[in-house]
Write a protein that binds this ligand. Structure first.
Ligand code: SAJ
Length: 422
C-alpha cells in the first residue's frame, strides 16, 4: 500500500515517444510502473530491456528499470493507483479541408482502463488534445463504470479523479525536459489537480502549475501554435527577402538584436507530429476566430512547394542536373523522418524527373531509407559522394555534418539553402 501522498503503482497507457520515457523516469524513482501498449512487439522489446524508439539515453534508463523490475510492459491493463494516458491524437484527414482531432485512441484507452479502475484512482490525460477532450475521457470512463463516480458528476468528492497534464518535452531532450520542465496541471476539480500534483512531484523538478482541464488543454495548443505562427512569419520573410534580394538570415539576426524581438528561423517547412498538427485543433474548434493560426499552418505547409520551385529553377541551368538533397529528418541532428518536409521535397523532386536526385542523411542507414524514395530511384549517399557528383545542392536540414562543409567545395555549384548554413 502507498502512504497518503505517494504512489506505489502507476500505469502508463501508450508506450511511444512520450509514454515510454515517462514510464521509465517514474520507475527510476522506485515506483512500480506497468506500461500498457497494444503493440506486442513494443511490449516484448521493452520487457527485454530494449527500446523500439530513438531517444538519447532512453535505452540505458529502460534497461535499468526493467532489470530492477520497476518497469514491466503488457498488452493487458492491470489495477494501479494512477493511470497516465499517452496515446496519439492525430487529426482526421477530410476532403473539405477541416482537421478534426481523432480521439479514437483516447476512447480506446478509456475502454482499456475502465474495467480495472478502483475507487481512489487518478486518471491523467497527457496526450495533446483539443479543448474538451478531458471531459470526454471522464464521460467515457463513467459510461463504462456506472458503479463509480467521476468529477463531472461529483466534483471533489468523486471516486475517480481526472486531470489533463499535457506533455511538453522536446524530442532529443526528452529525459532532461521530463524532469526539468514546469508542468501545467488541469484537474477537473481541485481534488483532481491536487492528486495529480502529488504524482508529478514524484519525478518533476520544475514547477507544477495548477489550472482547470480546459485551460491546460488550450495552453499546450497555444505553445505549439505560437511556435508555428512565429516560424510562418520567418518563412514569409524568407520569401519576401528572396524577392527583395536580402539575406533573410542576416535580417533575422539583426532584428533579433532588438530586446523585444525574437523571430525563429525560416526553413523548408514545419515537420514532426506536434507543431504541424496541434494548431489545427484550435482552428477546428473556432474556425471563424482562428485566422492567423490557420494562415500560419497554410504558409508553413506551402513552403516545401516554394523550395521545389527554387530547385527546379536552379536545375534548369544544367543539361544533366544531379541534385544532392542534404537531410531527410524533420529537424537537425535527429533520425526522425516522420512528417518531414525534407522527405516531401525529395519525393516531389524525384517524381518531377528534372534530373538525378541523391539523398544524404547521416543519421539513418540504408535499410531505413523511405520506401517511397527508393521506389523513385533516390539513392542514399555520403556527403562526400553527393558533393562530388552533384551540380545542384539543396540544404534541407541543418545537421552538424552539413555545417562542416567547406564553402570552397560549393563554389562551382548551384546551392538552394533552406536553413541558412551556407
Ligand atoms: N522549425 C523551423 N524553424 C525554427 C524552429 C523549428 O523551421 O526556428 C521547424 C523544425 O525544423 C521542425 C518543426 O519546426 O520541422 C518543429 O520542430 P520544433 O523543434 O519546433 O518542435 P518539435 O515538434 O520537435 O517539438 C514541439 C515542442 N514545442 C515547443 O517548443 C513549443 C515540444 O516542446 C513539444 O513537447 C512538442 O512539440 C510536442 O510534443 O507537442
Amino acid at each position: 500500500m502507498s502512504s497518503e501522498n505517494n504512489f506505489s503503482t502507476v500505469s502508463v497507457i501508450g508506450l511511444g515517444y512520450i509514454g515510454l520515457p515517462t514510464a521509465a523516469v517514474i520507475a527510476s524513482r522506485g515506483i512500480n510502473v506497468i506500461g500498457v501498449d497494444v503493440n506486442q512487439h513494443a511490449v516484448d522489446t521493452i520487457n527485454n530491456g530494449d527500446i523500439h524508439i530513438v531517444e538519447p539515453d532512453l535505452d540505458i534508463v529502460v534497461r535499468g528499470v526493467v532489470s530492477t523490475g520497476n518497469l514491466r510492459a503488457t498488452t493487458q491493463p492491470e489495477p494501479a493507483e494512477a493511470f497516465m494516458v499517452a496515446v496519439p491524437t492525430p487529426f482526421k484527414h477530410s476532403d473539405d479541408g477541416s482537421h478534426e482531432a481523432d480521439l479514437s485512441y483516447i476512447k480506446s484507452a478509456a475502454e482499456t482502463i475502465a474495467p480495472v479502475l478502483e475507487k481512489g484512482n487518478l486518471v491523467i490525460l497527457e496526450s495533446t488534445s483539443p479543448v474538451g477532450a478531458t471531459e470526454k475521457l471522464a464521460h467515457w470512463l463513467a459510461d463504462a463504470r456506472p458503479d463509480l463516480t467521476f468529477p463531472h458528476q461529483k466534483g471533489d468528492s468523486a471516486d475517480v479523479k481526472v486531470a489533463h497534464c499535457p506533455e511538453r518535452v522536446l524530442p532529443g531532450y526528452v529525459l532532461q525536459e521530463l524532469v526539468s520542465n514546469d508542468r501545467v496541471i488541469g484537474g477537473m476539480s481541485k481534488a483532481c489537480s491536487d492528486r495529480a500534483v502529488d504524482l508529478y512531484k514524484t519525478f518533476v523538478r520544475g514547477e507544477c502549475v495548477v489550472t482547470n482541464a480546459r485551460t491546460a488543454e488550450m495552453a499546450k495548443l497555444t505553445e505549439n501554435s505560437f511556435r508555428d505562427v512565429n516560424i510562418a512569419f520567418a518563412n514569409e520573410l524568407s520569401m519576401i527577402c528572396d524577392k527583395l534580394k536580402i539575406n533573410v538570415w542576416e535580417l533575422v539576426k539583426l532584428a533579433n538584436r532588438h530586446p523585444r524581438v525574437n523571430i525563429l528561423n525560416p526553413g523548408p517547412g514545419v515537420g514532426g507530429h506536434c507543431i504541424a498538427v496541434d494548431p489545427w485543433f484550435i482552428v477546428d474548434s473556432c474556425p471563424e476566430e482562428a485566422k492567423i493560426i490557420k494562415q500560419a499552418r497554410l504558409t508553413n505547409d506551402s513552403k516545401p512547394f516554394y523550395v521545389i520551385d527554387k530547385v527546379v529553377e536552379a536545375a534548369d541551368q544544367f543539361k544533366k542536373p544531379v541534385i544532392a538533397c542534404l537531410g531527410l529528418a524533420f529537424k537537425a541532428d535527429i533520425d526522425d523522418l516522420r512528417e518531414s518536409p525534407a522527405v516531401q521535397i525529395v519525393d516531389e523532386l524525384a517524381k518531377s524527373s528534372i534530373g538525378e536526385v541523391i539523398a544524404v542523411e547521416p543519421n539513418i542507414s540504408d535499410n531505413e531509407m523511405p520506401e517511397s524514395l527508393l521506389e523513385k530511384g533516390v539513392e542514399l549517399q555520403s556527403v562526400e559522394q553527393a558533393l562530388d557528383k552533384a551540380n545542384v545542392i539543396v540544404v534541407l536540414v541543418d545537421h552538424k555534418e552539413f555545417r562542416l562543409i567547406e564553402k570552397g567545395v560549393l563554389a562551382s555549384k548551384m546551392v538552394v539553402d533552406t536553413r541558412g548554413i551556407v
